[in-house]
Write a protein of this length. Sequence first.
Length: 238
Amino acid sequence: MVRGESQDRKTADTIREVYEILLSEYGRQGWWPVTRRKGGEPEYLGGPRDRRERFEVAVGAVLTQNTSWKNAARAVSALSAAGMIDPARLVAASHDEVAGLIRSSGYYNQKARRLGILARYFLDAGDGPPERESLLALEGIGPETADSILLYAYSGTFFVVDAYTKRLFSRLGGIRGNESYDRIRGLFEGSLERTPEIYNEYHALVVEQCKRRCMSVPVCIDCPLSPLCASETSRGEG
Ligand code: SF4
């Protein structure tokens, strides 16, 4: 089904309004945290500042697939403590060693293999931002992971769409939720000022909203988005 232009304009208005509301409700989220001390916890200190930290963001983007950031962050710290936030050392390490270090992130055998491929890619690549298509060609790097790397490691203007984005905006009524990744990404990128700062903050705010209120079973009471929300749950319980 092709949406009409007026529907897209309405969605664009909703997208802009939601950003202002969530930013005012939750404030700046401080993404993406990185380790500044060997083995330390990832923390936000203004984003990645060099090649090592950009690689760490990419590693974190793989580790957080299908798990919480909390679990992924423990694995990032373990890799950092072992000096493995380094493409050359990661490529040289054995599969079992890497898998053992990242156990907390789940799917550790699969993720260890993916990290090896990612590390090889970073080792062969130059210093500049990777091409989106070349990231997507790597095993286990889908559009959400690729865009997370491009946005959070390289400040590229790539809006990250995840399951939270689909859940929240299908409840708000802006999308159906079964549109393609690129269709939803296009809606956001066409509605917002094209800056990495806004894309960075917006994705993080959506995650925060979905962790605090718009969960699988939403808690609509006092939700700052309830005046905009088309969800039956909101009307029934909000
Ligand atoms: S009102 Fe409820 S369903 Fe709507 S966005 Fe808020 S938490 Fe989600």
